[in-house]
Structure formats: structure tokens, C-alpha cells
Ligand binder design. Structure first.
Ligand code: SF4
Length: 182
């Protein structure tokens, strides 16, 4: 195809976008209401999350990043990502834990003030997933840290992430939280 024709088609064609999630607006509104109530009751403020990629393929990160888009708009739900573990309530870990990331993950956990939760996101964080047999990997997050909640999926959807965090906040105490969600 000639360059002018290619340019013309590029200008004339509608942009390629994915369809909006099929999640019911009412369902998301109800999830938002419950999250807001749970964070206020549990903490009296927003829930602060420190995310660490311990060896992910980045598929889980794409879904986590979607939580910040205009559709999910995470901060209106009383949740926010923070840059420092010293400000975090939740350590959100994605990916199988690689030998290279093991120490950094442990140090991040130590730097967090208590009480603190560890949430393992995705199949890789649960048991190593497709990378479990690799020489470069330690295994799932539980090999390194005490995990309060697993959010299953490869990758889990933004809604599954929100439902998992809600389960964590609604559990009677941190260590009594459900072992798996999503
Ligand atoms: S669970 Fe799936 S999407 Fe997430 S890091 Fe593993 S392979 Fe990637």
C-alpha cells in the first residue's frame, strides 16, 4: 500500500478502542458504596496500597492500572496507591517472586507500619503460575511473606481486585481474612 493511501486511511478510520466493560453501573456503584463504608469503619480514612511487582509479566499491572482510569476511579472508593511502604496499609504483590526481588519484597514489608496486610494478586503470586519451575524464581508470595489474601486470575479483572480488597476490609481481623477471592 502506498504511503499517501496509508495516511489517508489512518485519518479516515475511527480510532481502535476496546468496548467499555460490561459491568453493570449499579453493581459498581454498590461495590463503591461498600468499599467506602468498609474503609471508613476499619480505618477512618483511605486505604493506602503499595504495589510491588515481584516478577510479573505485567498483565496483572495492566489491570491494576485500570483501577485508576475514569471508569473505576479508584480514589473515589477510598483507596489510593502510595509511593512509599512507610505510608501503606496493604502490600499488593504481583508476579512470581524472583530471586532478584526476594530481598526487596522483604524490605518493603519490614518498612510498612503495622497493622499491615499482604495481598497476592494473580496465579503467579499464588503459586508461581507458569514460572513456578524457573531457576530464577523462589515461588509464590507465601514462600517469602505471610499472605492475608489471594486474588485469583490470570490476570484478575479490576472488579475482582476491588472485590478482593473489599473482602479484606470486611474480614473481622487481618489474619482472619479469607484465603482467596476473585
Ligand atoms: S498471573 Fe497471569 S497476568 Fe499475572 S503476572 Fe502471572 S502470567 Fe502475568
Amino acid at each position: 500500500m502506498s504511503m499517501p493511501k496509508l495516511l489517508f486511511e489512518g485519518l479516515a478510520r475511527a480510532p481502535l478502542t476496546e468496548p467499555r466493560p460490561t459491568l453493570d453501573d449499579q453493581e459498581l456503584a454498590e461495590l463503591a458504596r461498600r468499599l467506602d463504608t468498609a474503609t471508613r469503619r476499619r480505618l477512618g480514612r483511605s486505604l493506602s496500597i503499595r504495589h510491588v511487582d515481584a516478577g510479573s509479566c505485567n498483565g496483572c499491572e495492566l489491570e491494576i492500572h485500570a483501577l485508576n482510569n475514569a471508569f473505576y476511579d479508584l480514589e473515589r472508593l477510598g483507596l489510593r496507591f502510595v509511593a512509599s511502604p512507610r505510608h501503606a496499609d496493604v502490600l499488593l504483590v504481583t508476579g512470581v517472586v524472583t530471586h532478584n526481588m526476594r530481598e526487596a519484597l522483604g524490605r518493603t514489608h519490614v518498612a510498612m507500619p503495622g497493622p499491615k496486610w499482604v495481598v497476592a494478586v494473580g496465579s503467579c503470586a499464588l503459586g508461581g503460575g507458569m514460572f513456578a519451575e524457573s531457576y530464577a524464581c523462589v515461588g509464590g508470595v507465601e514462600e517469602v511473606l505471610p499472605v492475608d489474601l489471594h486474588i485469583r486470575g490470570c490476570p484478575p479483572t479490576p472488579t475482582a481486585l476491588l472485590q478482593g480488597l473489599l473482602a479484606l476490609l470486611e474480614a473481622p481481623s487481618p489474619r482472619a481474612s479469607p484465603g482467596a477471592a476473585g
